[in-house]
Design a protein around this ligand. Structure first.
Ligand code: FE
Length: 138
């Protein structure tokens, strides 16, 4: 758990007011955007991918790779304490859900079929749950 990251809590009403409907559906209701539709699937610029809910930098462009899945994919987190991992038994399967450790927003899932020469992890993240900041790679 992320003891050193201060939590952000808002009511569902506040989140609805702050987020776009698509962001709300993913971040607060764990929806999944359709593959190959997200803004950052093919983004190759240098920078950081931050939580679209609270702005916490989560993933660096240096760990982004082309997984072919249709969602932005990373083999690592900027720092492990920036995300919380949860067991997700929805849709008749067991997956590991990835949520922002600061605002609790749903980001996507992590799988163990990532690049073997790196961490072996594949963080499969919805574009709409991210905001990209050019240049300031951690
Ligand atoms: Fe967040």
């Amino acid at each position: 758990m992320a003891d050193n990251i201060e939590k952000i809590t808002r009511s569902e009403r506040e989140w609805r007011a702050e987020l776009t409907p698509d962001q709300y559906a993913v971040l607060r209701q764990a929806a999944t955007e359709r593959p190959f539709t997200g803004e950052y699937v093919h983004n190759k610029a240098d920078g950081n991918y931050c939580c679209a809910g609270c702005g916490l930098p989560l993933f660096s462009s240096g760990t982004k790779f082309d997984s072919g899945s249709g969602w932005p994919s990373f083999w690592d987190v900027i720092d492990q304490d920036r995300v919380d991992l949860k067991v997700d038994k929805s849709h008749g399967t067991v997956r590991t859900e990835v949520v922002c450790s600061r605002c609790g927003g749903h980001l996507g899932h992590v799988f163990d079929d990532g690049p073997r020469d790196k961490t072996g992890q594949r963080y499969c993240i919805n574009s709409v749950a991210l905001s990209f900041e050019t240049g300031s790679e951690d």
